[in-house]
Design a protein around this ligand. Structure first.
Ligand SMILES: *[C@@H]1O[C@H](CO)[C@@H](O)[C@H](O)[C@H]1NC(C)=O
Ligand SMILES: *[C@@H]1O[C@H](CO)[C@@H](O)[C@H](O)[C@H]1NC(C)=O
Ligand SMILES: *[C@@H]1O[C@H](CO)[C@@H](O)[C@H](O)[C@H]1NC(C)=O
Length: 293
C-alpha cells in the first residue's frame, strides 16, 4: 500500500512538471539543516591528511571548465534524471579536497589554452599563445624562445622513473596537450606549414615535430591531428577524399613513421582506429601512438 501511494505522488510531481519540482522534504527546514550537519561532519572527519607518496598521477583537464560550466553540467545531469537539477551531485562534488586557481596569463586577464597549459603543466605563468616557455617569450617571435624553455610535469615524471602519456579528445598538437612536450612562441605552429618563413629560418621547430624529436619519449600518445604528422599533398588513410585531411608538412617528413622507427625496439604499436586499438594485447605494449583525424 505504501509503495502504491509513493508511485501516485511521483506521478503528481510529473504532471505538474516544470520548475520547481514538488519535493515535499524541501519545505522542511530540518532537511537543509541535516544536510549541512552531514557536510560539516564529513569535513571534520578528514583529520588524517594522506601524506604518502603518490605512485601514479592522472590529471584530468576539462578545457574551459570553470565553476559556471561545472554548475551547468550538474544541472543537466539532474534534469536528465527528471529532477530540477541543482540538487544533484557530480562525482567530483564528492571529492574531499577542492581548490580554486587563478587562470590569468602574464599579458591577459582572460587567458588562453597555451598560457594556462604552460602554467598547470610547467608551473610557470606565460604570455597568451605561448607554449612551454617563460613570459620572456613574445608570441610569434621565434627568436625569443631559446633560453626561455621550461620543462613540464612529463619530464619531471620521467626523471622520477615513471612512464608518461597524453590522452586527449582534441588534437595532440593543440595548445592544451602540447605544453606538456613542446616549446613554441606560437600555439598555432602545428606543423611547419603553419609557421612564417622567418620563424623557420630562425630555427624554430613546429609542434608536431617536437612531439617526435623532443626528449623524453612519451609512452602513450592518443588524440587527433594526424595530418600535421604527414607530408603535404598526401591523402589521409581514413579520409582520402577530404582535401582538408591531407598531410600538411612542408619538410616532407612522415613523423608517424619516424616515431615508429624511433621506438621500434620497445614493444611499440601505432594504431589509428578503434578496431586496431581493441585488438591490441596491452600487456605487450609499452609504447602506444593512437592518432585519429
Ligand atoms: C627577432 O625577430 C624579430 C622579428 O620576428 C626582429 O624584428 C628582431 O630584430 C629579431 N631580434 C633579434 C635580436 O634578432
Ligand atoms: C590532397 O592530396 C591529393 C593527393 O596528393 C591531391 O591530389 C590534392 O590536390 C590535395 N588537396 C589539397 C587541397 O591539398
Ligand atoms: C606515414 O607513416 C604511417 C606509419 O607507417 C603510415 O601509416 C602512413 O600511411 C604514412 N603516410 C604517408 C603519407 O606516407
Amino acid at each position: 500500500m505504501k509503495i502504491f501511494l509513493l508511485l501516485v505522488s511521483v506521478q503528481i510531481c510529473l504532471i505538474s512538471a516544470g520548475f520547481p519540482a514538488c519535493v515535499e522534504h524541501e519545505k522542511d527546514p530540518w532537511y537543509w539543516r541535516g544536510q549541512a550537519q552531514k557536510t560539516l561532519q564529513k569535513a571534520l572527519s578528514l583529520q588524517h591528511l594522506n601524506t604518502r607518496v603518490a605512485k601514479n598521477i592522472i590529471m584530468f583537464l576539462g578545457d574551459g571548465m570553470g565553476v559556471a560550466t561545472v554548475t551547468a553540467a550538474r544541472i543537466l545531469k539532474g534534469q536528465l534524471q527528471s529532477k530540477s537539477g541543482e540538487e544533484t551531485q557530480l562525482e567530483m562534488d564528492k571529492f574531499p579536497y577542492v581548490a580554486l586557481s587563478k587562470t590569468y596569463n602574464t599579458n591577459a586577464q582572460v587567458p588562453d589554452s597555451a598560457g594556462t597549459a604552460t602554467a598547470y603543466l610547467c608551473g610557470v605563468k606565460a604570455n597568451e599563445g605561448t607554449l612551454g616557455v617563460t613570459a620572456a617569450t613574445v608570441r610569434g617571435q621565434c627568436n625569443t624562445t631559446t633560453g626561455n624553455e621550461v620543462t613540464s610535469i612529463l619530464r619531471w615524471a620521467k626523471d622520477a622513473g615513471k612512464a608518461v602519456g597524453i590522452v586527449t579528445t582534441t588534437r595532440v598538437t593543440h595548445a592544451t596537450p602540447s605544453a606538456a612536450y613542446a616549446h613554441a612562441a606560437n600555439r598555432d605552429w602545428f606543423s611547419d606549414n603553419e609557421m612564417p618563413p622567418e620563424a623557420l629560418q630562425q630555427g624554430c621547430k613546429d609542434i608536431a615535430r617536437q612531439l617526435v624529436d623532443n626528449v623524453p619519449d612519451i609512452e602513450v600518445i592518443m588524440g587527433g591531428g594526424r595530418k600535421y604528422m604527414a607530408p603535404q599533398n598526401t591523402r589521409d588513410i581514413e579520409y582520402p577524399n577530404e582535401p582538408k585531411a591531407n598531410g600538411t608538412r612542408l619538410d616532407g617528413r612522415n613523423l608517424t613513421e619516424e616515431w615508429i622507427e624511433r621506438v621500434k625496439t620497445e614493444n611499440a604499436q601505432y594504431v589509428w582506429n578503434l578496431r586496431q586499438l581493441k585488438q591490441l594485447n596491452l600487456k605487450e605494449v609499452d609504447f602506444l601512438l593512437d592518432f585519429v583525424k
